[in-house]
Ligand binder design. Sequence first.
Ligand SMILES: Nc1ncnc2c1ncn2[C@@H]1O[C@H](COP(=O)(O)OP(=O)(O)OP(=O)(O)O)[C@@H](O)[C@H]1O
Ligand SMILES: [Mg+2]
Length: 486
Amino acid sequence: MKIRLQTKTTLTIALLVVLVLTASSYLFYDTAKRTLDAEMGKRLVAVAKTSAAQLNGSYLRALQPGGEGTRLYRTLQKKLQSMRDASEAQAMYVLDLEYKSLVDSRLEVPIGSQYHSLGEDRIHIDQAKRGIGAASVAFHGKDDAFYRSAYAPIHGERGGIVAILAVDASVLFLESLARMSRNMVLIGVVGMVFAVVLSIFLARSIVVPIERLSQATQQIKAGAFGTQVETRSKDEIGVLATTFNEMSIAIQERDQQVSRMAEELRQLSAGLAHEVRNPLNGMRIFLGLLKRQIPADPKAEQLIEQVDGEVQSLNQLVSEFLDFARPTPLQTAAVDLSDVVASVLALLDAELRAGTIEVQKVNLDTLPTIEADADQLKWMFTNLVKNAAQAIDRGGTIAVEGFVDVEADAIRVEVRDSGVGMSPETAERAFIPFFTTKDKGTGLGLAIVKRLVEHHRGTIECTSKQGAGTTFVLNLPTTMERERLA
Ligand SMILES: Nc1ncnc2c1ncn2[C@@H]1O[C@H](COP(=O)(O)OP(=O)(O)OP(=O)(O)O)[C@@H](O)[C@H]1O
Ligand SMILES: [Mg+2]
C-alpha cells in the first residue's frame, strides 16, 4: 500500500503527541495518587493510634451484647464520637479480637455485630493485633464515595492487646483525582485534535512543495524540458526548487542544442549523400557508353559488369541513407494493419522460402484501423519480416500478432521469429545506423524502422535470446492528433 508522505507525517506527529500526553498524564496521576495515598495512610494510622491510646482496654471487657443502654457503653460511644469529630473522620469503632463490634460511634451498630466490610481488611487488622498500626487501601463506600480505614491496637492494663480501634475516613482527594483524570482525557482529546490540525499544516508546508517537485520531475521525464515549479519560500525546499528550475532550463537548452546539431548533421549528410548519388548515376551512364566503345572482350566486359555492380550497391546504400536522413513527410489515412502485413508478405515471397518458413498472422483482422502512412508502415514491416527471415537458418516460424491497448488508445504489434537470436551486445546496437552483422547488409534497416515508428509517435523495442529467436514490439497510437495533445 502506498501511503502518502503527508499522511505519514501527520500520523507520526499526532501519534507522538498522543503518546507524550498519555505518558505524562499517567505519570502525573500516578505520582500524585501515590504521594497523597501514603500521606493519608500515615495520618489515619496516627489518628487511630492516638485515639486507641485514650481508651482503657480493661473497661472493654465489661461490654456484653445487649449492653448498649449501659452507662459504660454510652460513655465510651460519646468518647469515640468526640474523637471522631475532632479528627474529622467518618466513623470510629472498637472491635474485639474476633472482629466483632464492642463500641461504635454509629448508633445503629450493636455490640457483637460482625463487620461485613472487614473481609479485605483482615490483613491490616491482624497487623494491628500484632501491635502495628496499619491502613487499608481505598474502597467504595455505600454512598459511592471513597473511604479508607486505619487500625491500631488497644492495650489492656497488663499491656496485652485486647481490642482494635478502627477509623473510617473519606478519601476526598481520590474524587478530585478521578475528576482530574477525566479532565486529563479531555485535555488529551483536545491536544490530539490540535496536534492533528498542526501536523496537517506542518506536513503541507513540507509535503506539498515536494509533491510539486515530484510532478515536475515526472513532466521532465516525459519530455517537457524547462518545466518550472512555483516557489516562494527561502528554506531548504525553496533552494531545492530554485536549483530544480535552473536545472530544468539547462536541460531544455541542452536539448535544443542537441536537436539543432542533429538537424544540422542530418542536413549535411543528406546533402552529401545527394551530391554522391548524382555522379554515381553519371558513372552508370558512362559505364554503359564505355561498354559499347570497347571491342568485344569478355575480360573487359566482366570488369565493367563488376564496376557497375559496385556502383549499383553504392547507389542503393546512398538511397537508403537518404531515406533515413530525409524521411518523406507523413501522408496519413486510416490504415488497416492486416492489409499492410498481407501485402508485405505477398511481396516477400522469395525471402520467405515457401515451405521452410511458416508465417502466422494472429489477431490482425481484429485490430482497429490506425491513422498512419501506409507506405511507411509497409516499409517497416518489410524490414522486420526480412530480418526475421534472414535470421532463420533452415526452417522456422515468423509470427505477426496484434493486440489492442484500449487504455493508451494504441495498438501493439509483435513480430516474433524462431531464428538465431541476437547476443545482448547486438540487441543493444541493432537500431544504430550502419550497425550490421551481415556480409551484405547496410545496417540501415532497423535505424530507418525506428525513425519511421517515432514519426508515427510510436515506440519499438526488441527482446532476443540467442539460439531461441527475437521479438520486436511495436506500439502505435490509433490517432496521432490525440497522442500529440496528451
Ligand atoms: N530478427 C532478427 N534476428 C536476429 N538478429 C537480428 C534480427 N533483426 C535484426 N538483427 C540484427 O540487427 C542487425 C541490424 O539490423 P538491420 O536491419 O538494421 O540491418 P541489416 O539487416 O544488417 O542490414 P539491412 O540494412 O540490409 O537491413 C542485423 O545485422 C542483425 O545482426
Ligand atoms: Mg535488415
